[in-house]
Design a protein around this ligand. Sequence first.
Ligand code: DP6
Length: 369
Amino acid sequence: MTEKDFIPKTYSNTIESGSFTWSSPSNIALVKYWGKREYQIPENPSISFTLDNCKTTTTLSFLKKDANEAFSFDVFLDDEKKDDFKPKIETFFKRVELYLPFLKDYHFKIETSNTFPHSSGIASSASGMSALALCLMSVEKELINSDVTLKTTEEILNQEYFIKKASFLARLGSGSACRSLEGDLVVWGKHDAIKGSSDLYGVKYPFEAHQNFKNYQDTILLVDKGEKQVSSTVGHNLMFGHPFAQERFKQANKNLSDMVSILKDGNLDTFIALVESEALTLHAMMMTSMPYFILMKPNTLEIINKIWAFRNETGSKICFTLDAGANVHVLYPEYETSQVLEFIQNELVAYCQNGQYICDVIGLGANKL
Ligand code: DP6
């Protein structure tokens, strides 16, 4: 599919007002997206596990207004008006207007809440933008005259289109958000080994994955809950002209090929090596861009060293990954849950801000999308 396929033909219904609610999860990348071209096109493909507990729920209410040149909307987080969220949503509306031509016909009220603390460093933009994209798709669906006589195959095609376009729209809000629409494992970005993969939207990982990854665990250690000093968008832009950029993009392609084999064979040692290397490479890109920056904190490193020591001592299959922030995602197989949680309690909680961490489930079968 191309961008053109997401431009709707004329809408046959008119609606005065309404409201839709959607919940959408966050995701954690195993092979990272870092670097993008114009129109939110990723420089390399990425793959993520979908989180099960960390979600955003958004209600979008809409009321017909005189269509004029301005977007009109208000945003609320936990019932509190959030004008500082507006510029990001305004940018999103501008980017998607061509694909959702009704946007200026309505005043929107966007009410959102997260199951995790905002600005905890957990990618609320992924769950937030995907939830909003789903709400907007529901509005579009109402505007397209729904034909009740649709045959089953056509309904399925419509459903597929709904999710695909939601992912396409979410990408235009925040790149990683397009991986939060459907599936336990999601690939975004064109890759030869992944049939159907696209730079325009995320697709469900098309192959069987090994049972070792069933209900894989992700405990997110909240090391630093403050606002990041450097936003992801700024970080991505610093990959332009970055001395190691081209090698990094090649490496991510190869890592995704390798990840396909790892997911098939269930080899947790190679999984660990690839996932940790990806996390550190992401941060190495930040540290070697110009201007350079560091998002890890001393406690991030303390935790990483403790994880390595614990793995050496016990033979555990625990590993870590990082987002664009200081928090640490501790990943481990389901059968190690009690042993690892004890280790976290005894040795890692001390490095978390206010001792806070969030237990989540990723991996196969975890997500009920
Ligand atoms: C480090 O999706 O937040 O989490 O597209 O500018 O909104 P924008 O960036 P964003 O980038 C996050 C990148 C990452 C790695 C990943 O999720 O793949």
